[in-house]
Design a protein around this ligand. Structure first.
Ligand SMILES: [Fe+2]
Length: 272
């Protein structure tokens, strides 16, 4: 579909190409010969609320200052020990799996520091070559829960999980979260679940509400559900993509990639 008039949160018709992403998300492109400035924050926030993922493709890439300034138009920027921008690329001697070419299990950002960003802003500085892997995975937990049978959902509402990891990078320690958590603004139930990490800087789960003997089956079930194509989107990066993702309703992860092709993303967390 190449018409913006039918989409919620649309700006003045004709400003951009708005193309829905399957199974969710919205791709925004400048029109040929049209305005190549990035859309304003009001449009972006409306699209994010409606589509969970907003991909800005074909716009001029921001420089370092421009990337931060763009983020600031969308919300308060969360400062980490490394600063505002997380440079996600392979390091020579990583202490944490994020800085390898390995897969990243599903999680949500900010859980270990107790300040959960509303959104995540990515800039793809260098994309893997086609077929090189490194897709970022997004699971729409609202849609997942809508498709979950009431009996299973009721069982999930009694589950709570304690996550523990050593602080070798910018996060660590221990926190406990129910599996089903109301959205901070709308109150709609969302799924908050981080998969165990068996890699550099592992993350351990202690699950309550599920008998010990049933926990392996629960983890396998979650691994399959989070990747179900009806509510999960694998984003294949192109260099200079900008992407905004809703961290309150989505969970995200990453496919492994082939190091010779490289992959470099910059990420900012936006609190409000
Ligand atoms: Fe993340």
């Amino acid at each position: 579909m190449r018409s913006e008039e039918e989409l919620p949160g649309s700006p003045a018709p004709g400003s951009w190409f708005l193309v829905p992403i399957t199974p969710f998300g919205l791709e925004v492109r400048p029109l040929a010969g049209g305005d190549r400035r990035l859309p304003g924050s009001a449009d972006l926030k409306a699209w994010l609320a409606a589509h969970r993922v907003v991909l800005l493709r074909g716009f001029p890439p921001p420089d370092d200052a421009g990337f931060l300034a763009f983020g600031q138009t969308l919300g308060e920027i969360l400062e980490w020990q490394f600063g505002a921008v997380n440079e996600l690329r392979v390091q020579d001697a990583p202490k944490n799996y994020l800085y390898t070419d390995h897969a990243v299990p599903f999680h949500w950002d900010g859980a270990f520091v107790g300040r959960i960003p509303h959104a995540i802003l990515f800039h793809c500085v260098a994309a893997p070559p086609p077929g090189g892997g490194g897709e970022t995975l997004f699971c729409d937990t609202l849609r997942l829960l809508e498709h979950t049978a009431p009996r299973r959902r009721a069982a999930w509402e009694g589950v709570s999980i304690t996550y523990t990891t050593d602080k070798l990078a910018h996060y660590g320690g221990s926190f406990t979260s129910p599996l089903v958590v109301p959205h901070p603004v709308t109150g709609t139930p969302t799924l908050r679940f981080a998969e165990p990490v068996a890699d550099l800087n592992p993350v351990f789960l202690e699950i309550t509400g599920i008998p010990a003997g049933e926990q392996p089956a629960f983890l396998a079930e979650m691994a399959a559900l989070l990747r179900h194509p009806t509510w999960s989107y694998a984003h294949s990066w192109e260099t200079n993509d900008l992407l905004i993702a809703d961290n309150w309703t989505l969970l995200h992860g990453r496919n492994a990639f082939h190091r010779p092709g490289g992959r470099h993303l910059r990420r900012i967390n936006l609190l409000g």
